[in-house]
Design a protein around this ligand. Structure first.
Ligand SMILES: CC(C)(COP(=O)(O)OP(=O)(O)OC[C@H]1O[C@@H](n2cnc3c(N)ncnc32)[C@H](O)[C@@H]1OP(=O)(O)O)[C@@H](O)C(=O)NCCC(=O)NCCS
Length: 250
């Protein structure tokens, strides 16, 4: 994605084309932007504003202008809640839905037509230097609150579920969910196999509490028998057998 340094006229043309494509992306991918004028999108879509400011900051950064790119990024974060380092390489037609809380690190790279929801972090894992942020391919979707950490690659067309934490490469066309992020689909097909079900994991702590609760119940019944009284009833809020889907894992 390294581009040769163009002159000022070339730079303006490039930035203006990128901005038009970004506004088009918002209109195409945000149902709330249907029938909304370009002016309204530019004035009230925080994700679009952040991206447009980044296009300018990135071009200035590439042209070697000091201070200004960082100042633009700082002001943009204050206004939109989206922090994009001026050096981050972002392909055309990125759409940042809602904006707030998105962080895109210095060495992050994003391909064409990606979609990021609010609260997404493309960050590093620690204090290492050099390439330390994720690289996203084309047509990648990253759900709200997802954290992608380290110099990992996310393949074209991959989907990252909301609140997922990803620290390893993601194959193209796959869906990854959970913490730690794990594959649930590849090319639209569910991943099969003994380790594939991360959603319905056993919960050892809940099992232990349930077993202790049952033992206490039996002891209380036995005491009641010896005292000649009635066996105790469940009080309001006391643990009862739980039915339905496990909240563990996923
Ligand atoms: C991951 C996502 C993109 C769906 O991708 P998909 O390939 O269509 O996958 P599916 O919906 O078929 O889900 C596959 C499995 O993962 C589970 N899953 C989906 N999203 C999940 C998530 N964020 N966290 C945990 N599990 C999730 C599903 O329950 C399903 O489990 P099952 O196999 O037991 O039924 C979508 O669920 C998601 O998280 N989108 C982000 C949307 C968002 O952030 N919106 C914010 C709007 S403001």
């Amino acid at each position: 994605m390294d581009l040769p340094r163009p002159g000022m006229a070339g730079l303006l043309t490039r930035v203006s084309c990128e901005i038009k494509a970004d506004v088009r992306a918002a209109r195409e991918r945000d149902p709330a932007a249907q029938g909304v004028s370009t002016l309204e999108i530019l004035t009230s879509w925080a994700g679009v504003q952040a991206l447009l400011a980044h296009r300018v900051a990135h071009a200035l950064h590439g042209a070697g202008v000091p201070l200004l790119p960082g100042a633009i990024a700082y002001l943009t974060r204050s206004v939109t809640g989206v922090e994009i380092h001026p050096a981050a390489k972002i392909g055309p037609e990125l759409f940042i839905d809602h904006g707030s809380g998105v962080v895109i690190g210095e060495t992050a790279e994003i391909g064409r037509r990606a979609t990021l929801y609010q609260g997404v972090t493309l960050g590093g894992t620690g204090f290492q230097r050099g390439k330390r942020h994720p690289s996203l391919g084309d047509n990648v979707t990253v759900g709200s609150g997802a954290k992608l950490l380290g110099p990992i690659s996310v393949g074209d067309g991959a989907k990252i579920g909301a609140n997922t934490v990803v620290v390893e490469d993601v194959p193209p066309g796959s869906t990854v969910v959970g913490n730690p992020g794990h594959l649930v689909k590849v090319e639209g097909q569910r991943v099969e196999g003994p380790d594939a079900d991360w959603i319905h994991l056993p919960d050892p702590i809940a099992e232990a509490i349930k077993s202790l609760s049952e033992r206490i119940g039996r002891l209380e019944e036995r005491i009641a028998e010896l005292d000649g009284g009635d066996p105790p009833r469940f009080a309001e809020g006391e643990m009862r057998p739980r039915t339905g889907r496990s909240s563990a894992g996923g």
